[in-house]
Ligand binder design. Structure first.
Ligand SMILES: [Zn+2]
Length: 341
């Protein structure tokens, strides 16, 4: 199932870790789920911190073991006609995302942590911003540099960035990937200007989707998604790292309609996230019969599942329980001005 030759058929050494938000050691098991890319056959286990409620993968691979779950196909474009379709959608989405952030500040210096192949930053540059990126996947960083972007391919705290340097720092669906989210947020605070804006987008463990789909939820993605934050657990983590949460945005149509749709398909598909992986061009060496079944499933259910997903995403957003949410934050502390400008 899509196993690249350079990866082993084992997650390697797994280690138990304390809660990254409160340091608590006592956890309650939630459920087990497999890596949707099929790198290893063993399931990973999601637990919930008894003290603060943060949900995370435990035990988990170490940093070296984890790096083997990222590979170039994770960032590659799909083949054939899908390539143009996905590229067109991504351009629309990146403009949509840029509009969410850049409208809140005058053009300045922006850092995207976990910038992937750099589409969002390229969009920011087109709006007059000075774009910087951090991407620990060397494959992703190479693709971003190919767009003319300034990108570091090491962890944020090893980049040696100057203090109070950035007007805006964004983490699009990346805080759930980092091994030490508190350390990342503290370093983010150091390099953000006093009137700067921090933006985090992440899958929401308090969402209707998480409750409804459980182990079949599109956004689980173990072990790449190490953490599953809710507004409450993220708010607590931000406060402990010197930030104040300003507001949460549940209206993210690019993530939430597709997340709902793919999760619905996952209930019946033989392959987790089949459509998403096909659109990304991930190799899936399935038998012709399995390919046919999964493609048939998409086509046969689309008239029901697509409107249902739009309805689900809209309803979730209206009641503040979306699958993915955006969090706007500012530095906390006396004498710090508002980041809105
Ligand atoms: Zn905790």
């Amino acid at each position: 199932m899509g196993v690249p030759p350079e990866t082993a058929a084992s997650a390697g050494r797994l280690a138990e870790v304390p809660c990254a938000a409160c340091g608590g050691l006592e956890t309650a098991p939630l459920f087990s789920c497999r890596d949707p890319d099929g790198f290893v056959p063993e399931p990973f286990h999601l637990v919930s911190c008894v003290r603060c409620g943060l949900i995370f993968v435990n035990p988990r691979p170490d940093a070296q073991g984890l790096s083997r779950f990222y590979y170039r196909e994770y960032y590659q474009k799909p083949p054939g006609f899908l390539s143009g379709l996905v590229a067109a959608c991504m351009r629309v989405f990146q403009d949509y995302r840029a509009g969410k952030i850049l409208g809140r500040k005058k053009p300045g210096r922006i850092l995207d942590v976990g910038c992937g192949e750099g589409s969002f930053l390229a969009g920011c540059a087109a709006h007059g911003w000075e774009p910087w990126g951090v991407e620990t996947s060397s494959a992703g960083a190479a693709l971003a540099r190919g767009k003319g972007l300034k990108v570091f391919d090491k962890p944020l705290d090893e980049c040696g960035l100057p203090a109070a340097y950035f007007d805006v720092i964004t983490l699009w669906q990346s805080i759930e990937h980092v091994m030490d989210p508190a350390g990342t947020l503290r370093e983010t605070r150091r390099i953000l200007k006093d009137d700067g804006l921090l933006f985090l987008a992440f899958p929401n463990s308090d969402s209707l989707e998480f409750k409804a789909f459980g182990p079949r939820w599109f956004h689980l993605d173990p072990p790449r998604h190490l953490y599953h934050f809710s507004p409450r657990t993220m708010g607590g983590l931000l406060r402990s790292c010197g930030f104040q949460a300003l507001d949460a945005d549940h209206f993210y149509w690019d993530y939430n309609i597709f997340g709902c749709y793919q999760s619905l398909l996952n209930l019946f598909s033989t392959e987790m996230n089949f459509l998403y992986r096909a659109l990304k061009g991930v190799r899936m060496p399935l038998s012709p019969g399995l390919w046919a079944w999964n493609v048939f499933l998409i086509m046969a259910t689309a008239p029901i599942f697509l409107p249902l997903s739009v309805f689900g995403a809209l309803t979730s957003a209206c009641i503040g329980r979306s699958g993915c949410i955006g969090f706007y934050s500012a530095k906390a502390g006396p004498g710090l001005s508002s980041p809105h400008g």
